[in-house]
Design a protein around this ligand. Structure first.
Ligand SMILES: CC(C)(COP(=O)(O)OP(=O)(O)OC[C@H]1O[C@@H](n2cnc3c(N)ncnc32)[C@H](O)[C@@H]1OP(=O)(O)O)[C@@H](O)C(=O)NCCC(=O)NCCS
Length: 200
């Protein structure tokens, strides 16, 4: 049985994960969602007008009242700069399984922030939500995403050919990854303590 506690504030060594606010839209637009270097690795097209982002952020914010909605803004602890997003979604009550996805602004890539955020959310999912499995998929031409999944303890389970068709009409093969609560705890990943605290 999944324990839903919404989107609490999570602190790690260098990051704060917390709810988006309506006023974040311009930063979301400027930092990642209008940037094809980021969005080419996602299914949805880059936003071309900030009004699209305002609508998207409003859609996220309106769902925070639901306990089964887990969608975090990723911020740098020191400056408070909004650098990305990470969410848990597609919760399946029958299995206790769900999926994770994430994006960071290009200027913050390759500094370990993606791994730090993913490790925190996996820890949250297993320690606080009683999840059974967390899965994710990345385009095979986006190896950095697979790398952070591996670093966070996820295991590649296979490759699905032409799994998605992106906004440019291109088919992409996707590598499927997952991590089970059982292996997470038995491998000692649950003892690492990437989360410093969870509040709210
Ligand atoms: C995927 C993403 C979140 C990674 O975030 P990040 O903060 O750059 O990740 P980290 O710095 O923690 O780790 C990146 C790892 O990928 C590796 N990497 C980067 N580019 C790579 C490439 N072209 N090939 C192989 N490995 C690569 C880095 O070397 C690093 O591994 P290391 O620590 O072993 O050296 C970020 O690239 C992103 O937002 N991409 C666009 C959106 C996206 O892909 N979302 C996921 C969809 S599934």
């Amino acid at each position: 049985m999944i324990t839903y506690i919404g989107t609490p504030k999570i602190q790690t060594n260098r990051l704060i994960l917390e709810k988006f606010e309506l006023g974040d839209a311009q930063k979301v637009f400027d930092h990642w969602i209008s940037d094809e270097r980021v969005t080419d690795n996602r299914v949805s097209a880059a936003h071309t007008a900030v009004s699209q982002t305002v609508e998207r952020v409003a859609g996220i914010v309106s769902q925070y009242e639901k306990e089964d909605f887990c969608y975090w803004a990723v911020k740098l602890k020191g400056s408070g700069e909004l650098i990305g997003e990470i969410d848990l979604y597609d919760f399946d009550e029958a299995t206790g399984n769900c999926e994770v996805s994430y994006s960071l602004g290009y200027r913050w890539w390759n500094q370990g922030y993606g791994t730090e955020a993913l490790r925190a959310v996996i820890e949250f999912g297993f320690h606080h939500m009683n999840l059974h499995k967390i899965a994710a998929a990345h385009n095979t031409d986006n190896p950095a995403s697979g790398r952070i999944m591996s670093k966070a303890g996820m295991v590649q389970e296979g490759v699905v050919r032409d799994m998605i068709r992106n906004s440019k009409g291109e088919y992409k093969d996707c590598a499927i990854y997952g991590i089970l609560a059982g292996e997470y705890f038995s491998k000692g990943l649950g003892d690492k303590g990437f989360i410093l605290n969870v509040t709210g």
